[in-house]
Design a protein around this ligand. Sequence first.
Ligand code: ZN
Length: 489
Amino acid sequence: MDRELTIYNTLTRRKEIFKPLHAPHVGMYVCGPTVYGDGHLGHARPAITFDILYRYLTHLGYKVRYVRNITDVGHLEHDADEGEDKIAKKARLEQKEPMEVVQYYLNRYHKAMEALGVLPPSIEPHASGHIIEQIDFVKKILDAGYAYESEGSIYFDVKKYNKDHHYGKLSGRNIDDLLETTRELDGQNEKHCALDFALWKKAQPEHIMRWPSPWSDGFPGWHMECSAMGTKYLGEEFDIHGGGMDLIFPHHECEIAQSTAALGKETVHYWMHNNMITINGQKMGKSLGNFITLDEFFTGSHKLLAQPYTAMTIRFFILQAHYRSTVDFSNEALQAAEKGLARLTDAYNRLMRLKASKETSGIELKNYRELCEAALCDDLNTPIVISHLYDASKAINTVTDGKGTISEADLEELKSVFNLFMVDLLGLRVSEDSSSSSDAYKGAVDLLLDIRKAAKANKDWATSDKIRDELAKLGFNVKDTKDGFEWSL
Ligand code: ZN
């Protein structure tokens, strides 16, 4: 932890040096998916962004408690307070138990995340499993005087809160502008003001997901789960809260208001948000027909896709952009990412097989470790890390092409840099032939080629040619180099 990590805080709108509350412990909360359909790119980006942060904080020596929630109740269709519960609707349409729907899509989400190389969080709490905590939280807000009951539902009193605090501080909005742009109440509404949001909703008779509370049989408002579960597992104050930019308003704005109202203080020290993904320059949306699920990317089964793309290609593509920039998906861009990743993987595989020369290095090597650390410390600048790895790849290729030499010490350092930054921190899974489980297979090919080398030295051309030809038939590419040989599959 002798390094200073700088992260951009959405709340203060500037980069800040990260100073945890209780080092070496770090508490980190990221809004997870509402599980009523298959995961798509909008799920992949925050998962990958905060996976990098999780990995990097751990690398810096912090003990991270990473909480990523599962929304399985209370996320209504139209906005936070209206329409049918998304999961209940799916359950009704498919004639399933809501929890059956949740489990089905959660299993698929986990599978997709694993394919994308996203590490599981430390705790993955479900909103439906924390109804008691949410009711307690609502009670605290009521006791503090920032909420009111209306027809069995509890609403947050935004105007009153705004008198004492600032509603809109995260999103940079102010209450007067919001009031102007929010539709008028029709008089039938239970809310005192259109900006008020539900903390607890009374369930309509047909509503199947419902729990008893002091006010009515009902369910919590969507924003409540993150306030309740974040503070339950990370404390009344914790370090980092993350999510996609689309959650800044109203979700995170409401979370700040709820926590400040209930606890009398700010809960979150650093707010972090990843930017959005567009597809061919357009926003993703079911109505636009460009809503591509992760599974469709992996299988290439969506009509907008020219081919399937591996999960690692998608991860690499996302990491090629800084998390605060937008990313636009297109077949061209993904194909370029696929090639770029293949180049890097190839360099990695060559590096792992490279033999050092006895002499000092005959190539110029930069201090890649230092450069990559500096890039990640600078608000997780993954594209810069990738550019340094490309630069190092050129040096590797110079040596494998026989145009340069590398010393034992430099070779070990370069291997360590690639293993740390490419594999451990960027989480780019290198293709099968370099995984440790296939060490035996690599050893066997090397052994065959050593026999071939010896045969050549003895002018036993028959043996030498047979080994080369048979390996070629199996798909191996064998190249003789100055120091011996190299191969790829
Ligand atoms: Zn949330």
